[in-house]
Design a protein around this ligand. Structure first.
Ligand code: PMP
Length: 384
């Protein structure tokens, strides 16, 4: 008999994945739920991408690719990045790589940079993988408390920097709050990290889904990449094009770091899925703006229903809102989301994404009709 207590690593005990699993298990008991818990777009993958994936498989492009990415996809990412953030990848200073999802890039960066005893600063509330990079590497996540407006400003980060800090992680548009930092806020973070010799890691997976008022002078998501190159920019295809299961992202940053991440990819993921790499080569030519506009409208619906009954920081991108459970109810986020199951609505308690359990995450990536029905039920429940 194998003794799991003796065989499993200590780090397994330091990662708690129970929150989201519990939300899914509870939801699975409902017949026809209004599901506002899903962290992916509800639209289908654009046809040109589907066709390209099928063609890649049928033309036998199913083998390993180069570790850093299939060269034609690399060319497409290179020109897109050059046009977007102006980085010149013909220089020796910066490089990029294709990764197995954005998560793949985050894990590779953590492996390449973090030792036991190191610290890395993450937002609170956070995307669930961020704190887990601690147990995976032995480093300590340091939480930057962003309540109540959820803006990760340099002023909030600065007091948390210590000689042990190696990375500051910023996520904009943010999961679970939808907050988008301004160009100025990004510049200040970039300058702070540079002046303290710390790597700024910018997770920009939702970049395309940045709503009109939050877009910068380029009409795009503000990025620290416009204020230097001594940082790691992580982006993905999954959320922007509805292909989360294809596991495709990329990371751009200092060559010394990308080279080490490629080494770890070689001995772990090996390469990103080959047919997906073929499929997304033309992604940047696909016009997603109708979906971005549709989601901006859904964001407006969320505010219309919830702003009158609770505190909710207006989301500026992604497809999430993070309203507070009104204090007058005397309920935690977990208690409130469990009570919503009686109204056939699934949402995720804020405690899954935070050291506090005072809020809840709503994903509005769903049909308007279901969304409005869900929002009405939540607003009713919030009124008590
Ligand atoms: N970063 C953030 C902020 C996310 O919300 C997610 C997915 N929920 C990821 C990274 C991981 O994305 P991927 O599926 O590309 O690994």
């Amino acid at each position: 008999m194998l003794d799991e207590g003796q065989l499993l690593s200590h780090r397994t005990g330091q990662i708690d994945a129970s929150g989201i699993r519990r939300a899914f298990q509870l939801g699975a008991q409902l017949e026809n739920p209004i599901n506002l818990s899903i962290g992916q777009p509800h639209f289908p993958v654009p046809d040109p991408l589907k066709t390209a994936a099928i063609e890649a498989i049928q033309s036998d492009s199913n083998g390993y690719t180069l570790t850093g990415g299939h060269p034609p996809l690399r060319s497409s990412i290179e020109s897109m990045l050059q046009e977007d953030i102006g980085w010149d990848f013909t220089s020796d200073d910066v490089d990029f790589m294709v990764t197995s999802g954005t998560s793949g890039a985050l894990v590779l960066a953590a492996w390449a940079m973090l030792d036991p005893g190191d610290e890395f600063i993450i937002p609170d509330p956070f995307f669930v993988i961020y704190p887990a990079l601690g147990p995976m590497t032995g480093a300590t996540p340091v939480y930057c408390d962003l309540y109540p407006d959820f803006r990760m400003t340099a002023d909030r980060v600065e007091p948390l920097l210590t000689p042990k800090t190696k990375i500051v992680m910023v996520n904009s548009p943010a999961n679970p709050t939808g907050i988008v930092l301004t160009d100025e806020e990004m510049r200040d973070l970039a300058e702070l990290c540079r002046s303290r010799g710390v790597l700024l890691l910018s997770d920009e997976i939702y970049d395309l889904f940045t709503y009109s008022a939050a877009r910068d002078a380029r009409d795009r998501a503000p990025s620290p990449a416009l204020h230097g190159q001594d940082m790691l920019i992580v982006r993905g295809f999954g959320k922007n094009y509805g292909c989360t299961g294809w596991r495709l992202g990329f990371a751009a940053g200092p060559t010394w770091l990308i080279q080490q991440m490629i080494k770890f990819q070689q001995y772990s993921f090996v390469c990103a899925p080959s047919m997906a790499q073929h499929a997304v080569m033309a992604a940047h030519q696909v016009d997603m703006s109708p979906w971005v506009e549709a989601y901006e409208h859904k964001r407006d619906l969320v505010l219309k229903h919830l702003a009158p009954v609770t505190n909710v920081a207006a989301p500026e991108g992604a497809f999430y809102a993070f309203p507070e459970v009104p204090a007058s109810l005397g309920m935690t986020g977990t208690q409130f989301t469990e009570s919503l199951l009686d109204h056939n609505v699934i949402a995720i308690p804020g405690g899954v994404f935070s050291n506090r359990d005072s809020h809840m995450r709503i994903s509005y990536a769903t049909e308007d009709e279901a969304l409005e029905a869900g929002l009405k039920a939540i607003a009713q429940a919030m009124k008590g």
